[in-house]
Design a protein around this ligand. Structure first.
Ligand SMILES: NC(=O)c1ccc[n+]([C@@H]2O[C@H](COP(=O)([O-])OP(=O)(O)OC[C@H]3O[C@@H](n4cnc5c(N)ncnc54)[C@H](OP(=O)(O)O)[C@@H]3O)[C@@H](O)[C@H]2O)c1
Length: 231
């Protein structure tokens, strides 16, 4: 049984990670902004209720992150999944940039995972093979950008990629494996109904990849199917 913490657990991919890790018998901490209204999360696996903790956590709020880390400071943490994310407006491009919104997207998608890594590091380093997975996007790939636009989202995920690449180096001596995974285009509120994958398919595939990760993989950027993704 592994101890897993997932951010953005109220819906979409985060909720599906929680569902699948619970079904696999793991101990799951599901972090979301408003546990009181996260009905889908609370309705998961009533028979696994003793392995599910739902905690309040807003990744943009340093006080919320540090309170969660302090209140749940006990025991090792095997796997942190930074899944919470926002896209911002779809059509932002030079000439129409909303700087306030850009800052908010960076706050969630970039500073949020950094806050989580820092706050939960003391628990991660207690585990024998700790892993941090940050859910990035193909839209954060420089090599893969041939269509432009989505400036806030693209830059937030490109910077997240650099954050995790540095974290892999900085945390190597402490045994923490840090990787990036692109979940594919997934039918969630963010991905929309025209996406090619269901959340069940994407998360099942990412879980197979995560199960095989070791220190030799730290700093790598993967596609959900386990193939290397171009930076
Ligand atoms: N779906 C895709 O096709 C796709 C493709 C590439 C990458 N991704 C990435 O996959 C991850 C999950 O996306 P998704 O498709 O599941 O999106 P989603 O259905 O829109 O869910 C987003 C999740 O992030 C949470 N969240 C937003 N702001 C937050 C904050 N400040 N603090 C804590 N949680 C916050 C939301 O919580 P609330 O319910 O409280 O709003 C929700 O649980 C994201 O990082 C996204 O960029 C998705």
């Amino acid at each position: 049984m592994r101890r897993v913490l997932v951010t953005g657990a109220s819906r979409g991919l985060g909720l599906e990670f929680v569902r699948q890790y619970l079904a696999a018998g793991d101990q799951v901490t599901a972090a979301c902004r408003q546990p009181g209204t996260a009905a889908a999360l609370r309705g998961l696996s009533p028979d696994a209720a003793d392995r599910l903790s739902v905690i309040q956590l807003d990744v943009t709020d340093p006080a919320s992150v540090s309170r969660a880390a302090t209140e749940h400071a006990q025991g090792e943490l095997d796997l942190l999944i930074n899944c919470a994310g926002v896209m911002g407006r779809h059509n932002d491009a030079l000439g129409t940039i909303d700087y306030g919104e850009w800052l908010q997207v960076l706050n969630v998608n970039l500073l949020g995972p950094a806050r989580m890594c820092e706050a939960f590091l003391p628990r991660l380093v207690q585990a024998s093979h700790p892993v941090v997975v940050s859910i990035t996007s193909g839209m954060g790939s420089l090599a893969d950008n041939s269509s432009g636009g989505y400036i806030a989202y693209r830059t937030s995920k490109a910077a997240l990629n650099m954050l995790m690449r540095s974290a892999a180096i900085d945390l190597k001596s402490r045994g923490v494996t840090c990787v990036l995974v692109n979940p594919g285009w997934v039918k969630t509120d963010m991905g929309g109904p025209g996406a090619t994958l269901t959340a069940t398919q994407s998360v099942a595939s990412m879980r197979r990849l995560i199960a095989k990760l070791g220190p030799q993989d730290s700093g790598r950027f993967f596609n959900y199917d386990g193939l290397e993704y171009p930076w």
